[in-house]
Design a protein around this ligand. Structure first.
Ligand SMILES: [Zn+2]
Length: 326
């Protein structure tokens, strides 16, 4: 028995992450290419296929080494034909991703949503290892969500299952969201949301501190800086983080109350804050979760970082394209 590979692909707005992954979920080789958004993202499948060929060449391998591709895209997926209804970041509308990539690469392709494959990655090899009921929330520029129930991704009726980022957190007077609603969790718990809350807080009071000093000097702040400042007991930063923990805790508790998961995995750039976020978040979560739900669940920080998507993509390819005993 010799090793076969899967290609995991994670398409983002600026880069496309790719990896060859073996049947045990180990990353054999990973690389990335930039996302070509010219002509409404039309070249993306060709770029991916070419890059796979070039990388196989570089590694002295042929295509027979590869079983198939599992790919995540930023948008709701039509699971019947593997097309993407809309991906604003890439310029795609009704884009036949599966068909185009199969044609270009001569490999079978499984398509899913990027937040879903990240959740699957964490379930297979990351912080969710072993859990069959798992909620994964990715706090980055936006807030992505992936739900796994009984080992399966919850896609819903038209591919929009698990959109935790668009749970309404503030019913009246919330900030506008990219989705067209107002008051979504994404407007609060994303890196963008944290910066917005900080600006609001800085302009509404005169509390002195390191965040205000930094802002006065540079006219800008970052989510990372807000967490660093909170760690140093900066008053404004603590107020912002408390607000983030409150609404994120509420949304996650309500999600958990419906699903009774074993693990909730917090990923994305904002999760690098670690305990500065996790400690107040656990407090709020416990306040709002049904007691038996709270007893059954563990809130953890994701461990795979940027590799979660490609590993999840490979898992999809492995489970859909093989009978698991290669
Ligand atoms: Zn929204």
């Amino acid at each position: 028995m010799y090793e076969k590979w899967f290609v995991g692909v994670d398409i983002g707005g600026t880069t496309i992450k790719m990896a060859f992954i073996n049947q045990n979920g180990e990353v054999v080789h990973k690389w990335e290419i930039s996302t070509n958004k010219n002509e409404k993202g039309h070249h993306i499948p060709t770029d991916i296929a070419k890059s796979i060929d070039q990388t196989l060449d570089k590694l002295d391998q042929t295509k027979s080494k590869v079983i198939g591709i599992g790919i995540g895209a930023p948008g709701p997926v039509n699971l019947k034909n593997g097309s993407i209804d809309i991906a604003v970041n890439l310029g795609w509308e009704n884009f036949p991703l599966k068909n185009r990539l199969e044609m270009e690469s001569s490999l079978p392709v499984i398509v899913d949503n990027d937040a879903n494959i990240a959740a699957i990655g964490e379930m297979w090899k990351g912080a969710g290892e072993g859990a069959k009921d798992l909620v994964c929330v990715t706090l980055g520029t936006g807030v992505g969500g992936g739900i796994i129930a009984n080992g399966e991704i919850v896609h819903g009726t038209n591919g929009a299952g698990g959109e935790i980022g668009h749970m309404t957190s503030i019913a009246e007077g919330g900030a506008p969201c990219n989705c067209g609603k107002t008051g979504c969790l994404e407007t609060i718990a994303s890196a963008t949301g944290i910066v917005r809350l900080t600006m609001e807080e800085l302009s509404s009071a005169n509390t002195p501190g390191m965040l205000r000093d930094f802002y006065n000097e540079h006219q800008t702040v970052s989510a990372e800086l807000v967490f660093d400042a909170a760690h140093e007991h900066d008053g404004v930063a603590i107020k912002v983080i408390d607000k983030v923990a409150l609404y994120l805790g509420l949304a996650l508790a309500n999600t958990a109350n419906a699903l009774n998961p074993e693990k909730i995995v917090i990923g994305g750039g904002v999760s690098k804050a670690g305990d500065t976020l996790l400690t107040p978040l656990k407090e709020q979560f416990t306040r709002f979760a049904f007691p038996r739900v709270a007893q059954g669940v563990e809130l953890v920080i994701a461990t795979l970082g940027n590799d979660a998507g490609v590993i999840g993509g490979a898992w999809l390819a492995k489970t859909r394209l093989t009978n698991n005993h290669l």
